[in-house]
Structure formats: C-alpha cells, structure tokens
Write a protein of this length. Structure first.
Length: 140
C-alpha cells in the first residue's frame, strides 16, 4: 500500500516527483487510440492530416492528461485525489518527449481533510506547455 506524503512536512513550492515520457511515437498514438476508443484520423492518418494542411498527425489531448494523472498516482493513491482539472494549451507533436511536473501551491483544510492544491504542467523538453492542470489531494 502506498504511503501518503506527510502534510506537515510539505511546504508551498515543494515539487512532487516528475515524469518524463519516451518520445511520442505513431505506435504510442495507435495504442492510445485502441485503449481510449478515439480513432480520429487527426491522430492516426498522415494522408488525412496532410489533406487538411497539417504536416503530421499529433497526440490526443487526453494522452497528456493521462500522463499528468500518472504523475499524481505515482505520488499518492488514486483515492486521495479530490479534484483534477486540465486545460489543453498546445498540440503535442510526434517525436516530442513530455516532462510532467507538479508543485504544491496551497495547503488547506477541505471537508475536514488536510489537503494540498497542486499546479501541474505537461511540457515538451523545450518548456512549451502542452497541458496545465490543478489538483487537490487529501493527505490525512
């Protein structure tokens, strides 16, 4: 069983463990499409995207959200997550390696639980944010 981080030991500005992905590949997109049921040709069909004036297929927005969810669940058990909201800010291209990070931005009590609010970012290695998120996690 996963141990929760110590609420008292956390400070605003503390970072949670990050996640760096392998480069997003066409295989990644095909596997994600199969698992999610999202077979939109923008993510899979190079001829289709070129007919729309786009150079190449690109990642599903929900793929980046899944990576951010993984950052959270590698830090705390899923049942500790009280809220998780994500904004898509840029397209993730084939070949990009994503770096997902998070930091504590607030300590609070919510519904009788000691919680932290986190800001999370999924960006490429050049620092271009692809997804911005926030989450509230109960620690006690």
């Amino acid at each position: 069983m996963m141990t929760l981080p110590n609420f008292a030991a956390l400070s605003v500005g503390d970072e949670i463990p990050s996640l760096t992905t392998d480069p997003v590949s066409r295989l990644t997109l095909a596997l994600y499409a199969t698992g999610s049921g999202d077979h939109h040709p923008l993510h899979l069909d190079q001829d289709y995207v070129r007919s729309k004036g786009i150079d190449d297929v690109f990642a599903h927005g929900m793929l980046g959200m899944a990576y951010l969810g993984r950052v959270l669940t590698q830090w705390v058990p899923q049942e500790a997550i009280r809220s998780f909201g994500v904004r898509f800010t840029a397209i993730t291209h084939v070949g990009e390696r994503l770096v997902c990070t998070g930091k504590v931005v607030e300590k609070l009590e919510q519904g009788g639980e000691k919680c932290v609010r986190l800001e999370l970012t999924c960006a490429n290695e050049q620092g271009e944010a692809k997804h911005k998120a926030d989450a509230v996690v109960a620690l006690a």
